[in-house]
Design a protein around this ligand. Structure first.
Ligand code: GRG
Length: 294
């Protein structure tokens, strides 16, 4: 199987389980469930759950054992995008070329949909017991995902993002922000795959370093695409971050140096990956992401 076939296999697998793992139905919360379904199925690349599955695969784990961890990570991701688009945050009307959740529904529903994703992610983690994972692994995944999503992770990074937008930034601050805002969840995605497969502590540490560098490369490419991307592929107007005076690697470094940074992070990621077993797919994915167009 070549890289693209393998990628599609993981994406199909995760899409199947995202639909099945937790029925988004509630007698009282029909509207919020609709909003959650809308955001969950509106064209995400599924990078984070693919990473969970691929890391589990790399350590010889069964894909099924990582299903709940992968779905939980995607729930946190989708919830974070809904909140990120809100008027009090980035105020974006479009997400993946479609109306953002608060435009399609309303602000209150979008806040609740995000909350629903954040909390249900942890319910989904507990379902891993039905896929053969023991309590110790589930507890470890729960602690790690929670930490990487909260003030020591995404929430902290988003706070810094909002502050830097007002006060301006330098390169060091942007790098710290990108670490917290973007790499944290990518670290959770990768490490949960390693936990599901029963990797050792030192292997998990290497995976964490890999994912940190991968996340930094991913966010830097995101900043670059905001300036030079194709609107019809990205599904959002070019230059929208620059317009909002958002602190980004391109703003503080310029396009040329930011491109070099993305390359360096990718090299760092590959350096860590090479310490781990059987990593052809992850190597290809890491290189593919450096040149992604969406
Ligand atoms: C997790 C409790 C909790 C709160 C979230 C709003 C917020 C706090 C954080 C925002 C973090 C954020 C939006 C980071 C940007 C990361 C990023 C580059 C997202 C785009 O990821 P893609 O391209 O998205 O993988 P798709 O559309 O493919 O799903």
């Amino acid at each position: 199987m070549n890289f693209k076939q393998q990628l599609n296999k993981y994406v199909d697998f995760i899409n199947y389980w995202l639909e099945k793992i937790l029925p988004l139905e509630s007698l009282a919360g029909e509207r919020v469930c609709d909003a959650m379904k809308y955001s969950l199925t509106s064209g995400g690349k599924r990078l984070r759950p693919v990473l969970t599955l691929a890391v589990c695969d790399m350590f010889g784990g069964k894909l099924e054992s990582a299903v709940c961890f992968a779905c939980a990570v995607e729930y946190i991701h989708v919830g974070s995008l809904i909140h990120d688009d809100l008027p009090c945050m980035d105020d974006d009307d479009l997400r993946r070329g479609k109306p953002s959740c608060h435009i399609m529904y309303d602000e209150a529903t979008a806040v609740l949909a995000g909350d629903g994703f954040f909390l249900s992610a942890f319910e989904i983690l507990t379902l891993a017991k039905n896929f053969g994972l023991d309590d110790a692994k589930i507890l470890k995944a729960c602690g790690f995902l929670s930490k990487m999503s909260s003030f020591c992770g995404m929430v902290g990074g988003q706070d810094m993002d909002m502050l830097l937008q007002k006060n301006g930034a330098d390169w060091k601050k942007v790098e710290i922000m990108n670490h917290y805002k973007t790499s944290s969840l990518i670290q959770a995605a990768c490490c949960l795959g390693a936990i599901a497969a029963g990797a050792s502590e030192s292997e998990i540490e290497t995976v964490k370093k890999y994912a940190l560098a991968l996340g930094l490369a991913f966010q830097t490419r995101d900043d670059i695409l905001d300036v030079v991307g194709d609107e019809s592929v990205l599904g959002k107007p070019i230059g929208s971050d620059v317009e909002k005076n958002k602190s980004s690697s391109v703003l503080v470094l310029g396009l040329e140096k930011a491109t070099l940074k993305a390359q360096q992070y990718t090299e760092n990621a590959i350096f860590e990956l090479n310490k781990l077993p059987c990593n052809r797919f992850l190597l290809d994915l890491t290189e593919f992401l450096l040149f992604r167009d969406r």
